[in-house]
Unconditional design. Structure first.
Length: 182
């Protein structure tokens, strides 16, 4: 039997505690082992110097072309992302593909600024978890959901992320099971 693994790929991101917690949460939503892989660096070609941001689509293609054999790859980075049609984004995924990407850059105060405030750290981790589950959902062909509490609801700003749950609604759960069964 083939064992499916979701591999988290830290891309110029070193918060090991957050990555370990993220792996635990991902395994709680998706019926697969989730592990943190080796850290990587972002290719220079993904940086748009005029914007001071990284092109999310190029990073996804880079991840997809990697020789990693994991079932799904989830890139996690601290750099600021964009696409040509969006000024910034929290994450992006190849719909129905095997790769997803999330940036923690705009998901709240950076960990070096939250200091010892456990509530701020907890909120930050929750936002990262929600975005990672959301983007991984897209790799299983899940679209944006109309249920505002579902993790698959569109999240274009921090307030929307807070409104989302870390869980799939019943409809998206059925759609995920269907996608896994194919």
């Amino acid at each position: 039997m083939i064992r499916h693994v979701v591999e988290i790929v830290p891309l110029e991101f070193t918060d090991e505690n957050l990555l370990a917690e993220l792996a635990e949460h991902v395994s709680g939503v998706f019926p697969f082992e989730c592990r943190v892989g080796e850290a990587g660096i972002l290719p220079v070609a993904t940086l748009d110097e005029s914007r001071g941001q990284y092109d999310a689509s190029r990073i996804l293609r880079y991840l997809d072309a990697s020789n990693c054999s994991s079932f799904r790859l989830l890139g996690v980075t601290g750099v600021d992302l964009f696409t040509p049609i969006l000024r910034y984004l929290f994450g992006e995924a190849m719909l129905g593909g095997r790769v997803a990407l999330v940036s923690v850059h705009r998901l709240g105060v950076a960990s070096n600024r939250i200091g010892g405030d456990p509530a701020a750290r907890s909120m930050y981790i929750e936002r990262v978890v929600k975005e990672c589950i959301h983007e991984l959902g897209h790799t299983f062909d899940l679209r944006h959901c109309d249920d505002p509490a579902c993790v698959m609801a569109s999240s274009l700003d921090i307030d929307r992320i807070h409104a989302n749950s870390t869980k799939l609604c019943s409809y998206c759960s059925v759609m995920l099971q269907d996608a896994i069964g194919r």
